[in-house]
Design a protein around this ligand. Structure first.
Ligand SMILES: *Cc1c(COP(=O)(O)O)cnc(C)c1O
Length: 402
């Protein structure tokens, strides 16, 4: 599998690159690079309105990509798949549309998890500013897992929206998303539940119908696809009832200077020329993942994650955030007496790419009382050798720093 990814042959000085920054973005396999090239060599054209051959071919490929995406998520219809520029765009689309629709009013409550990414905080804060709704963070347990008891206490008659990451990008902790959705709906069947799938989509099979959420957003670039691609899945009856957001070409049925009627789903939410190549290539990436199999990918990454977790534990003096079990494919650490940036810099010199800092989770960092962590994150192409290299490099770096 590693050989499918040309960039992994990169050398950092004399050392092979060990890429452990997959939670920030994944590398792209040959199949994805080829799909992009093929699109521009054989299909490139604007879609949905051309009378000519290339436009028909491009339109067909683009709508097939939507079908592939719908099946990947087990959506009940292709009309539920809105292509976006990424997870951030998807969450903003939902929050903006909810603002326009008057879904929340002053005093309503929006719950998010403490381990949320800024993308799952700021759009909701903006909605609160416009409406007088209140944003409430759901606390973590002392083990840094989701505090179900506190959440159940917080749910109430004013809870209109709950939005949470399936897997935290800064802790790696897997949230009990199915139970969270169930509890929110039990409290109020019309509560909107959005799942931030940025960290789950490449690692664990998702069935949006089985989850019972209302929206699921993810970024293509964290699932082996290009940057600038993404998906917002939304329940059809909700999307049909909510107002459009961006206005322009494609999202309309008929326009006059006095009134406009809107296109059917999902085109109502896709104003302007979409990222045609990107969306087609995103589907190629999802096919690549599906062909290997998410169960197999998950098992492999879990093995690497446990192996790294145990190795870091054995080094001693390292505060590994969150429990060993119930996590995604990443490990995030704080090392007393060592600045995360110094560790990251030394690891880089040894060929190991990790991420350091707040991981776009400043409120979580405030909660943890730190400025940042060092995060090692895996993808399907990582190996036990990568884990061994990361562990020995970390040990050497700590010997220099402590
Ligand atoms: C990366 C990430 C986002 C934002 O994704 P973009 O690709 O920057 O739009 C949101 N939430 C989580 C959990 C993430 O990891």
């Amino acid at each position: 599998m590693t050989s499918d990814f040309p960039i992994l042959a990169t050398r950092i000085g004399k050392r092979p690159l060990v890429y452990l920054d997959n939670a920030a973005t994944t590398q792209k396999p040959e199949a994805v690079l080829q799909a992009e090239r093929e699109y521009y060599e054989r299909l490139n054209s604007n879609i949905h309105r051309g009378a000519h051959y290339l436009s028909r071919m491009a339109t067909e490929a683009h709508e097939q990509a939507r079908g592939t995406t719908a099946r990947f998520l087990n959506a009940s219809s292709e009309r539920e798949v809105v292509f976006t520029s990424g997870c951030t765009a998807g969450i903003n689309l939902v929050s903006q549309v909810l603002a326009l629709s008057g879904w929340v009013t002053a005093g309503d409550e929006i719950l998010v998890t403490t381990d949320s990414h800024h993308s799952n905080i700021v759009p909701w804060q903006m909605l609160c500013e416009r409406t007088g709704a209140v944003l409430r963070p759901i606390p973590l347990t002392p083990e840094l897992t989701f505090d179900m008891a506190a959440y159940l206490d917080m749910l109430g008659p004013r809870t209109r929206i709950v939005s949470a990451p399936y897997i935290s990008n800064a802790l790696g902790v897997l949230n009990p998303i199915a139970q969270m959705i169930e509890a929110a709906k039990r409290n109020r069947p019309d509560c909107i539940f959005l799942v931030d799938g940025a960290q789950s989509t490449a690692h664990t099979a998702v069935d949006v119908q089985a989850l019972g959420c209302d929206f699921y957003a993810f970024s293509g670039h964290k699932v082996y696809a290009p940057t600038g691609t993404g998906v917002l899945w939304g329940r059809e009856e909700l999307l049909a009832q909510l107002p459009p957001w961006l206005g322009g070409g494609e999202m309309i049925k008929e326009v006059s200077f006095t009134s406009t009627t809107y296109n059917e789903l999902p085109f109502k939410y896709e104003a302007g020329t979409p990222n045609i190549a990107g969306n087609i290539v995103l589907a190629a990436a999802l096919d690549y993942v599906k062909n290997i199999g998410l169960a197999k990918i998950d098992e492999h990454e879990q093995r690497l994650t446990r192996s790294l977790y145990d190795g870091l534990t054995a080094l001693g003096g390292i505060n590994i955030l969150g429990p060993r079990e119930g996590r995604g494919a990443l490990v995030s650490v704080i090392i007393p007496g060592v600045h995360h940036y110094d560790l990251g810099t030394l690891l880089d010199q040894m060929g190991i790419a990790v991420r350091t800092g707040h991981h776009c989770c400043q409120p979580l960092m405030q909660y943890l009382g730190t400025t940042g962590t060092t995060r090692y994150s895996f993808a399907l192409y990582n190996t036990e050798e990568d884990v061994a290299a990361a562990l020995s490099a970390t040990e050497r770096a700590l010997n220099m720093l402590l």
